[in-house]
Design a protein around this ligand. Sequence first.
Ligand code: ZN
Length: 275
Amino acid sequence: MEDKIDLNRLCVHTQTTKPWDLHTCIKEYHKAGIPHLSIWRHLLENQDLKLVKKALEDHQLKVTSLVRGGFFPSVSKSVRKEAIQENKKAIDEAKAIGAPLVVLVCGADPKQSLETSRSQIQEGIQNLLPYAKEANVRLAIEPLHPMYAGDKSAIVTLEQANDMAELIDDPFIGIAIDVYHLWWDNQLQKQIERCGKHNNIFAFHVCDWLSPTTDMLTDRGLMGEGSIPVREIRKWTEKAGFQGPIEVEIFSERLWGINQQDYLKQIKQAYIEHT
Ligand code: ZN
């Protein structure tokens, strides 16, 4: 029965199965028939990246993206400079493991205005672009939910992300659309259309919004558990031309607490029924 199910576009973020180390993720995703994964950077610490690349190839797993770069803004010039270096390191890692994309959580500094942070994000991306192009690694701006505007991202709507991507106007900069961050926005359908028109939909992340949400970061739901019309939003991205992997990115203390192999089964089920 399971063999007939089309999982061709299914991608899982390693952070979704946080209790597992990288090689367990690779082994278990492969065993579960999941063809794509996105890798969180901390799992690459102290790893031989050549061996990581080989393990991915041996398990027929394609890397969708490396998560995450960004965090450009700061009132301190030296911190902004360090951020560029750190992003270059992320690009090097992406190249080494064969990841075509680095996702940017763009950052914000609560000590300055969002406008200032946004202009520093733009400057940071522009500084980084030549390096990314040289490495043949694309960059995706991920607009975050406004509840993170204080310190994680001054870019909180798809409109703002579209504005920035179009201003920078380079085939190596695009956008990661995450339903968790954007589902509430009544401009979403229109902005997805616009994003597709400019070939800027680089990635698509899914999970669900629980009510009440008990933690701003680690209380996300499986698709179908909450309020987000995930399937409808997916169709909008497809209408706008997106055909890439559908990335399951869930941070959940509750789901990290269950047997992770059972959890992968639930993810596949939720992907089939609600995505
Ligand atoms: Zn995301």
